[in-house]
Design a protein around this ligand. Structure first.
Ligand SMILES: NC(=O)c1ccc[n+]([C@@H]2O[C@H](COP(=O)([O-])OP(=O)(O)OC[C@H]3O[C@@H](n4cnc5c(N)ncnc54)[C@H](OP(=O)(O)O)[C@@H]3O)[C@@H](O)[C@H]2O)c1
Length: 342
């Protein structure tokens, strides 16, 4: 082990889009494990939209990050020192850890050892076999619960969660339509991810978006996998069929908002059409991660699921990589590679 542990910390918080300078890399002493603890040498760290809420919200489902604290996220790494026999030195682990070279931790509900040979790159344990792939898996199979022949709409469809959610729904026999930002991402939905139709939302009003969804799904939408909120959610509700189901995964259009969102003009259609709307958090299913990841790994191996990763090198790249989630500059699961040889 080296003597210095570099960590990504929060320096300032603000309303609206964070600035690169709100974060800093600081040096700290190397941690030493006490009884029942172990130290993880992080190889990759995930950067997720939910981190934005943890910078300011006090009522999120995970605690707020205070000024001077290390940012935490899902990481994949190797145990470097251990006083827990269940996590021996050299074993590979995934868990919720600090975004740092080394992190002192103990067994927890989302911590698990992994078999690195189950994937062609350890990065996949943060993307398709990790939090985003698992979110797509449980959101589709447990919340949306598709039936063959139904039509599913995904917002944020070219992203890490959305692209996998749409592909899983197609494996269930659904017709799948996606909404994404820009012509390239919309084309990627049908070309790379096998969706039946892709819609570019940029420059579209509520009426324009509603017309585009109706055009792509003249028979209406049975299922909505919602990642974005705002007018995308409003337009989608307008196009939903009787007894439709909405799985609310995220509302990224609101995470940096400085004004309250405009009201949903079509909300009463949930009543009129007996539509079920249900939010979920992936960690509700933590006890089933290993089995779900094995299914996802099989689908990837069979060429049934395609995915992209946006990998940035080094802790210093963290702030800019994080902000790419909110400009749409990212092209897949955003993460940091903390060990050049990983
Ligand atoms: N419920 C859970 O447990 C859980 C777990 C993980 C993630 N999530 C949610 O899943 C969603 C996707 O997360 P991800 O990690 O897969 O990220 P991602 O989709 O790979 O990246 C974020 C994408 O969101 C879109 N976006 C950003 N700001 C937007 C805005 N103001 N309006 C419309 N679109 C915007 C951009 O896509 P375009 O270029 O297409 O605009 C961007 O590429 C998020 O809402 C996240 O909070 C939920």
């Amino acid at each position: 082990m080296t003597e210095i542990n570099r960590r990504l910390v929060l320096r300032a918080r603000r309303d609206g889009l964070p600035h690169v300078g709100d974060f800093a890399v600081e040096h700290a002493p190397m941690p030493e494990p006490g009884p029942g603890q172990f130290v993880v040498r992080n190889l990759y760290a995930s950067l997720d939209p939910a981190l934005r809420q943890r910078l300011t919200l006090t009522d999120s489902y995970v605690p707020r990050i205070e000024l001077g604290e290390v940012l935490t996220a899902t990481t994949v790494g190797v145990v470097a020192a251990s006083r827990d026999p269940a996590y021996p030195v050299g074993s590979h682990v995934v868990g919720h850890h600090g975004i740092a070279d080394y992190w002192l931790t103990a067994a927890g509900p989302v911590t698990r050892t992994i078999d690195p040979s189950a994937a062609s790159s350890l990065s996949h344990f943060l993307s398709v076999l990790g939090p985003t792939g698992l979110t797509a898996y449980f959101g589709i199979t447990r919340v949306a619960r598709p039936r063959a022949g139904e039509t599913l709409l995904v917002t944020g469809a070219a992203g890490a969660v959305g692209s996998v959610a749409g592909q899983i729904a197609r494996l269930s026999g659904c017709r799948v339509i996606g909404i994404a930002g820009g012509a390239d991402k919309a084309a990627r939905l049908t070309g790379e991810y096998g969706f039946d139709a892709g819609i570019d939302y940029r420059d579209k009003t509520l009426a324009g978006l509603t017309a585009a969804i109706r055009d792509a799904a003249p028979e209406g939408i049975d299922l909505l996998f919602e990642n974005v909120g705002g007018i995308q959610l409003d337009a989608a509700i307008d196009c939903m069929n009787e007894r439709g189901r909405i799985a609310v995964c995220g509302l990224i259009s609101q995470y940096n908002a400085t004004e309250p969102p405009p009201p949903l003009t079509n909300l009463f259609k949930l009543v009129a059409r007996s539509i079920r709307m249900e939010g979920f958090i992936v960690r509700n299913y933590a006890s089933e991660y290993a089995a779900a990841a094995a299914t996802l790994a099989r689908w990837v191996g069979e060429g049934k699921i395609h995915f992209r990763e946006s990998i940035h090198d080094g802790l210093e790249a963290g702030p800019e990589a994080f902000l790419s989630l909110f400009t749409g500059w990212n092209q897949g699961k955003v993460m940091l590679r903390l060990e050049p040889s990983a």
